[in-house]
Design a protein around this ligand. Structure first.
Ligand code: TPP
Ligand code: MG
Length: 395
């Protein structure tokens, strides 16, 4: 009789291609599965996320937006994994994956429209900032209750599989489902993995293990070998990858996608190890629960953007001048879209009552009428001039 003790087992290894100095450590994998132009494109997309983050964080501090979430340190996981997907693949995001959206072609205008909840926002301004979504890009709208997207993603992957069984001419597609290691403590995570495994769904689960669930450090979140060990428990092909190494993330995602579509289809779990450099959100001050020095250390020692930059410089395709030029161009573009989106009117107030049922129900109609009465009775308290059509649309 032998009880297996997890502390006596060896931890799952972490796959990497490039070290923190941008040097290739695994020559069996050619980082050049893409052209120089494409790699520079990923780099610029990571820079875009990082520039956008700085500007939007400050905008919240100035009171120009209500909320924002920064993804500093995790740009490599998002951009690298998305670079391995096809436009037909379906994505479910948590909220710290702006890089996935940018890599898939979500424009800065779309981003700003959502952040300012103006009338160009796909969600008609009904959501908090950062809850992006795009039907065109096959990205389901982000929702705040943690982990709800994971079983939805398994279900969507099952639907994709059924679709191809019914009509084999439909393109091969996978679902890419992103979440944090904290969300993996929710029951939904377990139900989703088990469902995907037992139904052999074509899905790649991408867990961003960034060391924190708001103020709870990962060491207090679980006792086992990270999130990867759970995949094995559910009978799922699993790999742990260095999330700050964009080449490794991309290669892992390419293989995972292939695996997910092989044979009868199957799920794959990728645990990407990284570090949340930023505060959790604009509502958080992380120095209340972690040392500033720790963050500075990470920022200095390892970062997905500087790693790729070093690699590109070693290869002679990037230099200080190109860096300055790219940063200035991105900053200009972000600021342009920022000021344009800030001036656009909000969706008509009526949009609050629409799109739930085909027709507005009598109850909702009564509420709409009451809202109009309140707004018109207290015009000083309710300035609705920034909403297209003012209170007139509530009729
Ligand atoms: C069901 C639910 N519980 C709690 C929260 C509050 N909450 C928002 S984000 C978060 C931490 C999530 O951590 P993780 O999944 O690791 O993602 P990260 O923020 O590190 O990217 C918590 C507890 C929530 N949004 N939903
Ligand atoms: Mg986390």
């Amino acid at each position: 009789m032998q009880f297996r003790n997890p502390t006596e087992e060896t931890a799952l290894p972490t796959y990497r291609i490039m070290d923190a100095d941008g040097k290739i450590v695994d020559n069996t994998r050619d980082p050049q599965s893409a052209s120089d132009e494409e790699i520079i494109g990923w780099y610029k997309n990571m820079l875009t996320v990082s520039v956008l983050d700085l500007i939007m964080f400050d905008a919240q501090r100035q009171g120009r937006t209500s909320f924002y979430m920064v993804s500093a340190g995790e740009e490599g996981v998002a951009v690298g994994s998305a670079s391995a997907l096809t436009p037909d693949d379906v994505c479910f995001l948590q909220y710290r994956e702006q890089g996935v959206l940018i890599q898939r072609g979500f424009t800065l205008k779309e981003m700003m429209s959502q952040l300012f909840a103006n009338k160009d926002d796909h969600g008609k301004g009904r959501n908090m900032p950062v809850h992006y979504g795009s039907g065109k890009l096959n990205v389901h709208t982000i929702s705040s209750p943690l982990a709800t997207q994971i079983p939805q993603a398994s279900g969507a992957a099952y639907a994709l599989k059924m679709q191809r069984l019914i009509n084999p001419n439909t393109p091969e597609r996978v679902v890419a489902c992103y979440f944090g290691e904290g969300a993996a403590s929710e029951g939904d995570f377990h139900a989703a993995l088990n469902m995907a495994a037992t139904k052999s769904c074509p899905i790649v689960f991408v867990c961003r293990n960034n060391g924190f669930a708001i103020s709870t450090a990962s060491i207090e979140q679980y006792k086992g070998d990270g999130i990867a060990s759970r995949g094995l428990g559910y009978g799922i092909d699993t790999i742990r990858v260095d999330g700050n190494d964009i080449f490794a993330v991309r290669e892992v995602m390419r293989e995972a996608r292939k695996l997910a579509l092989s044979g009868e289809c199957r799920p794959v779990l990728v645990e990407a190890m990284t570090y949340r450099v930023s505060h959790h959100s604009t509502s958080d001050d992380s120095f209340a629960y972690r040392a500033k020095r720790e963050v500075e250390e990470w920022r200095r020692r390892d970062n997905p953007i500087t790693r790729l930059r070093k690699w590109m410089e070693n290869k002679g395709i990037w230099d200080e001048d190109k860096e300055k030029e790219a940063r200035a161009a991105i900053r200009k573009q972000v600021l342009q879209e920022f000021s344009a989106a800030e001036k656009v009117k909000k969706s008509p107030l009526r949009a609050m009552f629409e799109d739930v049922y085909e027709e507005i129900t009598p109850e909702a109609r009564a509420q709409m009428k009451e809202l109009k009465r309140l707004i018109e009775t207290y015009p000083k308290e309710y300035d609705v001039s920034q909403f297209e059509g003012g209170s007139k649309t509530l009729e």
